[in-house]
Design a binder for this molecule. Structure first.
Ligand code: PLP
Length: 434
């Protein structure tokens, strides 16, 4: 019996094993990826693809970059994991790299394993701050304002901060203390702050919500409101941070003068190893000079794996490569190439390109795409692009994202653009507008 079962299982396809053994939380494409080098990915049948999804903005240096592989290999030989009860040299070095070279504002870092955990850390910090600086009657402030179409993750805290009902459906009761305002609507900020409000959380560019950049005016208005009402300004850079949008920090591409109180990262900072982090400013929060960062003191937060030697070695390799090779500048140059090429096609099916650097959303005219029941136009296009050899993720119903690695070459961009043009002409044959 055991032998029969073992034989049956060894003959099952990957998709069959998923169906049998893995919780079906994802609607997965049939692709079975097995190997990657740079921009290139191969499936189990040996078919090669150009990968402009990169684990959804995770593999900033492409697949299996030699500097990252070597850092992981060397560290794995030396020391993989020790507890945060001890002084981990690489964690201190990584925090220094982030503070000195990327944030460039005095502050302190906590290392988590994912973006959602980093957001949870920011939410906890906001509640600590709301206790330190309470309402006029002494009651704690606790409410975090975030925005519609935002995405902050899937833990209870991060999901409650996310302004999309489809993410929250079926998981009531949510964590209390969140309210969502329309994004990029300066008018809606007026009268939005209540006595219990303690922080505003936003993505400089909403990624999952369809690639919607904050306007400079909006970001400045949010920062001003935070100053006026003594609120924390919390920036979620999980998808947009560390060079992807043309600067180490995406908010600096939009309104460089603003100074966040808290920041979250994950995705691109590890190039593929599970690492996230949140940062709190050292700015004083009372007349005695108590630093905001000191509110998360010993015992306030923790993570067994967070910032272990292996992931820190990997993240240091990634962040140093991004900085030393100025890959943020490459992201800007490649953005220009993509925008100019797509504009020159004059294809009516493409209505807009949104985003900054290499976090770009190509918006489609849904009326020009035959969309079967249960599919969105973006999914139809993404599936056909995959068929034609290019992997990209959707972003909302009518938009697909371009998230190549930050070191992508002109030749790779041109190859991807050629596939996109061919695919869109296949799906919506038309003559260019004049
Ligand atoms: N914040 C933003 C802006 C994100 O895009 C994501 C994931 O897509 C998250 C938070 C959650 O990150 P993770 O999936 O690593 O928990």
């Amino acid at each position: 019996m055991a032998l029969a079962s073992a034989l049956l299982h060894s003959s099952m396809t990957t998709a069959e094993k998923f169906a049998q053994h893995v919780l079906p939380t994802y609607g997965r494409f049939p692709l079975v990826p097995v190997r990657g080098v740079g921009c290139r990915l191969w499936d189990a049948d040996g078919k090669s693809y150009l990968d402009f999804c990169m684990g959804i903005a995770v593999c900033s240096l492409g697949h299996c970059h030699p500097r990252l592989v070597e850092a992981i290999r060397a560290q794995a030989n030396e020391l993989i994991h020790v507890s945060n009860l001890y002084q981990i040299p690489l964690q201190a070095e990584l925090a220094e790299e982030i503070n000195v070279h990327h944030v460039r504002i005095p502050g302190k870092v906590f290392f988590s394993n994912s973006g959602a955990e980093a957001i949870d850390g920011l939410i906890k910090s906001a509640r600590r701050f709301g206790r330190k600086r309470p309402q006029a009657d002494g009651a704690q402030r606790y409410e975090v304002i975030s925005f519609l179409q935002s995405f902050h993750g899937r833990t209870l805290g991060a999901m409650s901060a996310t302004g999309q009902t489809k993410i929250q459906e079926g998981f009531d009761p949510l964590l209390p203390g969140f309210r969502y305002l329309p994004f990029n609507d300066i008018g809606a900020l007026e009268n939005a702050v209540r006595p219990e409000t303690t922080a505003i959380l936003l993505e400089p560019i909403q990624g999952e919500g369809g690639v919607n950049p904050a306007t400079p005016e909006f970001l400045r208005a949010v920062a001003d409101l935070c100053k006026k009402h003594d609120l924390l300004l919390l920036i979620d850079e999980v998808q947009a941070g560390f060079g992807r949008c043309g600067d180490a920090m995406a908010w600096r591409m939009i309104a460089p003068e603003i100074k966040p109180d808290g920041i979250s990262w994950a995705k691109g900072m590890g190039g593929g190893v599970p690492i996230g982090s949140f940062w709190l400013s050292d700015r004083p929060v009372d007349p005695d000079g108590t630093a905001l960062s000191s509110l998360m003191g010993p015992g306030s937060h923790g993570s067994t794996y967070g910032g272990n030697p292996l992931v820190c070695a990997a993240s240091l390799a990634v962040l140093k490569e991004i900085r030393e090779k100025d890959l943020a500048m490459n992201a800007i140059l490649m953005e220009v190439r993509i925008r100019e090429t797509i504009k020159s096609w004059k294809l009516p099916i493409i209505t807009e390109i949104r985003g900054n650097g290499l976090l770009l959303g190509v918006a489609l005219d849904p009326t020009l795409i035959a969309t079967p029941e249960g599919k969105t136009p973006a999914l139809v296009v993404v599936a056909q692009l995959m068929e034609n050899g290019l992997i990209v993720p959707p972003a909302g119903p009518d938009t697909f994202r371009l998230l190549p690695p930050l070191n992508v070459t002109e030749a790779e961009i041109d190859e991807a653009l050629a596939i996109i043009r061919l695919t869109l002409e296949e799906l919506a044959p038309t003559h260019p507008t004049l």
